[in-house]
Design a protein around this ligand. Sequence first.
Ligand SMILES: Cc1ncc(COP(=O)(O)O)c(C=O)c1O
Length: 405
Amino acid sequence: MEAVAEFMQIVTDAGALPTVRVIEGPTSEPEVTIDGRQVLLFCSSNYLGLATHPEVKQAVADALGQYGVGANGSRLVSGTTEWHLALEAETAALKGTEAAIAFPTGYMANTGTIPALAYLPYFARTAGLPLESETRHMVVLSDALNHASIIEGLEAARAKHVYYAHCDLDALEEKLCRHQDKRLLIVTDGVFSMDGDIAPLPGILSLARQYGATVLLDDAHATGVLGRTGRGTLEHFGLEGSPEVLEMGTYSKAFGSLGGFVAADRPTVDYLRVAARSYMFSGALPPCLAAGIVMAMKIAEREPQRRVRLMRNRDYLVFGLEDLGFDTLGSETPIVPILVGDDDKAEAMSGELFARGLFAPCVRWPAVARGQSRIRITLTASHERAHLDRLLEGLAEVGGKFAVV
Ligand SMILES: Cc1ncc(COP(=O)(O)O)c(C=O)c1O
């Protein structure tokens, strides 16, 4: 326990203990109450505004009445209901794949899937090679800014893993070339969660084909958001139906709930059901949530105007920020970072914004590299022009005061 106390002291001294704000009421609307004050929220992943949609709530309530609050078992034992199957079918339809598998969270989708893919049976099956040789010859190449759940999955995988510089195709090719005698898996976020930029998928896929690599695409922030019909990063680039790509995603962002998935060909999905430990050895997603997500996905498909509003909001804010002289790190999505650099300055800026009724949190080490602290804004379809104008006004004042513009 001494080590714990020592660690906590270091974190406290570094000022890295998070300030957790308690939201009174729903966390999914642009206007929320914190400490009895009305505040505008700019950090929700409820991109399409579906978390509190009446039809979603009704679907959850109906299933809650029938199934109760939980699945009360692993999917492999007693935790599979028709709502889980409906959710997986809806997900496969959205992603245009043969099948999909739902996990209790997106985090668990990555921590279960990466070791399963890196482990021998998967590649032995696809390559028709003996199991033993496949284990020894696997290398996983991961973008340096991939999400924490991918890093966790890499640590748990029984395979060598190497990182390539963020979105750097030359660096990726150099590593592919160096390991070309091995079986290769490239893992990348579609949209990077702290920078809001998009992976250069056309280049990654062309390298994957050249070197015979498989790609695991984490489409957590792109699913329901990017692409003409919200299918995600592949659709954004017109690359749907690329057979070397397995897609992972979450239901905790655009679909306003909880849970994660992998969409792929049926043999891979069947394999994950018996090889992904976070699927096998954990309780299933509550059926009432599965029912709510199915409804949210149907609404997202039927109301494309939500995606249009979201992207209009994003464009309005980013153009406004660029006019003011902020560095938004090349963000192309509703995740809009404002680079500050210094940890304490970023924390103080976020505090000043909060004092003005604007909740735009500071993200600092260890969530981002040291010296890369930022204000991280996320927008939703529910934000109105007046909300964005208030944020721009607040940022202009605070940015000037802290000499960030
Ligand atoms: C890129 C990325 N992948 C995976 C996850 C994990 O998803 P979930 O919140 O559903 O566990 C997140 C969550 O923030 C994420 O940003």
